[in-house]
Every structure is written in structure tokens, then in C-alpha cells.
Design a binder for this molecule. Structure first.
Ligand code: NAD
Length: 291
């Protein structure tokens, strides 16, 4: 199927990035949210991020103007249903996503492909809430969307070949690379990355190293651009814990048990950068390790 228009549901940090890259790649984009404030903030953020790209000569003023001209913000889900490709990118909560799907299905055009940017929820289960499980799949971007090269394409049990290939083509037009994944808990990137972060938490919990030594060890010893605890703070410790719980529940395997220290940081509200404190304290001039 030749995709020309894209509907993005959820105008948060991921949704605005998805609308941004789709519009620059030439797709007509409708971005939808329940909150007018979120829609206004998303358009504002896209303008700022595109301006930054103009400043770095990555895109021209004309490309920015054309890209912004292709984006429509709408509180109306019906318009989204008429696009060729819907990417649901609302809050990571299955009840919310089910409700969105329920509201969307009656408005869908016959051939519309429906996808979700979920980081952890079963694609097969979400697909079962639609009238078209064969035209449903996971379209999982990385954060921040304009900078990150990878998109995971996740096939639910019923996803057909044409749907997969149409989505693959879209990823290629974005200049990004797809990794194809089957639908199992946390897919590929988070299945590997989050247990590594959880293991770094155990290493800290057991006193094998402190925050600085663990992060330095992995930066200098494994050539990672960021230490695992620094990365956990960037992702959000609540998100890391939620994904460990998805792995633990989904595989019923104790090797995925969340580290009690990670649970404790989350209980304290020390959620990482967004909360001003996590494994590092960000409230001063420079981040200070909390252990
Ligand atoms: P966010 O909290 O920044 O944004 C979520 C948006 O969804 C909000 O603007 C909210 O108003 C909107 N929303 C809530 N209910 C809605 C509804 N019924 N209809 C329309 N919009 C609704 O969240 P985010 O970080 O952008 O995450 C969105 C999705 O992307 C989640 O599924 C998440 O797992 C996934 N994801 C996140 C990351 C990340 O690093 N943050 C990375 C990859 C994928």
C-alpha cells in the first residue's frame, strides 16, 4: 500500500517527534490528543526542534516551512481514522490504548494500517481489540525520534506481509533502519537493554561498585557512550521498573526479577532526570551520584 498520510495519536514527547520526522519526509500528518494544551505544546516543540535543525544546516528554511505546513493538530479522532497509517503513541497504559482503539475503529477507512508505538504492551493483544488484526503491528521509535536511527517493527501473530512491507517502506523513507521483531515481551531493544540496567542496579545494591565506578566501568570498559545508571536516569526509573515487570510477568522467569533498590528509588519518587533526582542528583550545577 502506498502511504501518503499519517495519523499520530498522542502528542507527548514521542508523538511530537513522530509527527516531526513524518512531516519532513513528505507525509501529511494529523496529530491528535485529548489535551489541547498537549497539542499546542507539541506544535511549539516541533517548530523549536526544526529551527535547531535549520541552525545546524541539516534542513533548509523552505523544508521546515513545508514540513510544518503538512502538520494539522486535531482533537477529533475521526479525522485520524481516514489517514493511510495510524501510529498510536498515547500514554503507556493498556486501558487507555484500548479505549483509543475502541474510539478509532468506527472511523477507520477500509485500508488504513493501525500501529502502536508501545514500548512493552503485547501487539497481539492490542490487535485483538481492532477490526483488522492483520493490518495491525508495532511501530516502535526510539527517543528522541528525530535523532535515533532505529525503528523496531513488531509483528503480532496475525500481521500480514503487506502490512509489514508497507511499514518497512515508511521506515526507509524516513532514512531510518528497521529491526524486525516478533511479539514477545519488550521486543528486542528493551529485552536486552533493561535487564542490563537492572543488573547494574543489583551491582550497586550488592555494593560491588558505587554509581560512579559502575558507570565509568561500562563507559570505559565496554565503550558505552553512557553508563547504565546514567542511562536509567535518562529513560526514567519508573519506566525501567515497568519494563522489568512486563518481562517478569510475561516470561514468568525469576531471572527478570526487578532489583529491590530500583523499586526503592521509584517508591521514593527518585525517577531520574525528569524528577531532578535518580541515581544522580541533578538539582545542582553538576549531577552528583546518590551512592
Ligand atoms: P507522554 O506522556 O509524553 O505523552 C502521552 C500523550 O498521550 C499525552 O500528551 C496525553 O495527553 C496523550 N493521551 C492520553 N490519553 C489520550 C487519548 N485518549 N487520546 C489521545 N491522546 C491521549 O508519553 P510518551 O513518552 O510520548 O510515550 C508515548 C508512547 O510511546 C507510549 O506507548 C510509550 O511506551 C512509547 N515510547 C516511549 C519512549 C520514551 O522514551 N518515552 C520510547 C519509545 C516508545
Amino acid at each position: 500500500m502506498d502511504i501518503k498520510s499519517v495519523g499520530v495519536i498522542g502528542a507527548g514527547q514521542m508523538g511530537n517527534g513522530i509527527a516531526h520526522v513524518m512531516a519532513l519526509a513528505g507525509y501529511d500528518v494529523i496529530v491528535n490528543d485529548v489535551s489541547e494544551e498537549a497539542l499546542n505544546a507539541a506544535i511549539d516543540r516541533i517548530e523549536k526542534n526544526m529551527s535547531r535543525q535549520v541552525g545546524k544546516s541539516q534542513i533548509t528554511e523552505a523544508e521546515m516551512a513545508a514540513g510544518l505546513g503538512r502538520i494539522t493538530a486535531s482533537l477529533d479522532i475521526a479525522a485520524v481514522g481516514q489517514t493511510d497509517l495510524v501510529i498510536e503513541s498515547a500514554t503507556e497504559n493498556e486501558a487507555i490504548k484500548n479505549k483509543i482503539i475502541e474510539g478509532l475503529v468506527p472511523h477507520l477507512a477500509e485500508n488504513t494500517i493501525v500501529t502502536s508505538n508501545t514500548s512493552s504492551i503485547s501487539i497481539t493483544r492490542l490487535a485483538s481489540r481492532t477490526d483488522r488484526p492483520e493490518k495491525f503491528m508495532g511501530f516502535h521509535f526510539m527517543n528522541p525520534v528525530p535523532l535515533m536511527q532505529l525503528v523496531e517493527l513488531i509483528r503480532g501473530i496475525a500481521t500480514d506481509k503487506e502490512t509489514y512491507e508497507s511499514c518497512l517502506q515508511v521506515v526507509e523513507t524516513l532514512g531510518k533502519t528497521a529491526a524486525s521483531a516478533e511479539d514477545f515481551p519488550a521486543f528486542i531493544v528493551n529485552r536486552i537493554l533493561i535487564p542490563m540496567i537492572n543488573e547494574a542496579c543489583y551491582t550497586l545494591y550488592e555494593g560491588v561498585g558505587n554509581v560512579a565506578s559502575i558507570d565509568n566501568a561500562m563507559k570505559l570498559g565496554a565503550n558505552h557512550p553512557m553508563g547504565p545508571l546514567q542511562l536509567a536516569d535518562f529513560i526514567g526509573l519508573d519506566t525501567c521498573l515497568a519494563i522489568m515487570n512486563v518481562l517478569h510477568d510475561g516470561f514468568a522467569d525469576t531471572k527478570y526479577r526487578p532489583c529491590p533498590l530500583l523499586t526503592k528509588y521509584v517508591a521514593a519518587g527518585w525517577l531520574g532526570r525528569k524528577a531532578g533526582r535518580g541515581f544522580y542528583d541533578y538539582r545542582g550545577e553538576v549531577p552528583v551520584p546518590t551512592r
